[in-house]
Structure formats: C-alpha cells, structure tokens
Design a protein around this ligand. Sequence first.
Ligand code: AKG
Ligand code: FE2
Length: 211
Amino acid sequence: MIAENKEQTIFHHVGKKIITDREIDIIARIEEPLIVVLGNVLSDEECEELIRLSTDKMKRSKIGTTREENALRTSSSMFIEESENLIVAGIEKRIAAVMNIPIEHGEGLQILQYTPGQQYKAHHDFFSSSSAVANNRISTLVMYLNEVEQGGETFFPHLNFSVTPRKGMAVYFEYFYNDQTLNDFTLHGGAPVEIGEKWVATQWMRKQKIR
Ligand SMILES: O=C(O)CCC(=O)C(=O)O
Ligand SMILES: [Fe+2]
C-alpha cells in the first residue's frame, strides 16, 4: 500500500530487478523512509578485490588503519579512491545507477572492517542541520563484502528493522525528505560482531558534486 501523500524519492526503481551491468535484485523495501534491501550487487570477486585493496592500502600507509578513539565506531576504516582500477570504476558506475545519482556526488568508497566486539553505534549519515552543511549527504548504500559468522546486523532502531549481512548484498536508504522526521527515522548502526569478521563498503552521496 502506498500512501497518497508520499514524498518523492531519489531511488526510482520499481519491481524486482535493477538492470545494470549486473541484474540486481530488489529483495525488500520499507517505503517511508525508503529502505531497500538489494541482492547480487557485487560479485564474490569484487567483494574480495575491495577487501584486498583496502588491506593493501592499510599496509602501505604504515600508520595502519584509522582506529577511532571515538566509541561511536570501533571498526577500522579506509577510503578507496582508486577509480583508475577497472574493478572499482565498474563498481562505482553500477552504484551510481542503483542510487540514481552521478558518481561525482559520491565520497570515495569507504571500507569498514569490524572484528569481534566492534560495532558502529546508532547514528545518522547526514550532518546535523544545526551546523548548516551546504552540501549534505542525501543517501547511503552499505554493501556487505563477506559472510559474518554471527552478529554485525545493520539495525534501524526507530523502525525495529535490521538487515543481516550477506556477501554481495546491500542495504540502501535515503534521507533527503522535506519532512525531517522521515530523515530522523533513518537512524541506524552496525551491531557488534559476535563471531568472525565483518567487511562493508559504504557509498555516501551528497546533494551536489564533490569531484
Ligand atoms: O556496518 C554497518 O552495518 C553500517 C555502516 C554504516 O552505518 C556506515 O558506513 O555509515
Ligand atoms: Fe551509517
């Protein structure tokens, strides 16, 4: 059922598939705020390549990973800015088609690695309006790069909704509504990993071009 006064969304795909260079499955959706669970977004090889690139990069920059002192996020993170790499360029092109936003609006792909006990506490991806952000984030795609043995769900506490990470799948959501309460409902986090590791690649899109 679709409410009559539903707000316009950025994500415009309907039905069960999104045809890009891959056939991406639309598995489940919540309409307002729009949250979409997607399957077959990345191939196993692409997932493995993103993990490899980020592991390499962590090693090259001797400092290693930026382990946040901040208790909000205890995972390690790394930006991939290697769109000269054909695999990354292909992934970026596909992401732009799924998110319906040119990739120039995107911050580079961010890779996060969580080990047991690590988590990302509930947060919003947009910057609070009190700081008068000129070019705020408008949408997010979180792609799961591996199978987590236990834990690590992406949870939306206001919606009593959570997504179990599965390699190659993703969760999309957007928060560019006129109605700020809809944006606030996109509060989300990464639950603590209990067993195994969790790797994700996040694409955040901005309202305007940034590259
Ligand atoms: O790891 C997750 O499930 C969520 C990641 C996230 O919220 C983000 O990268 O902004
Ligand atoms: Fe987030």
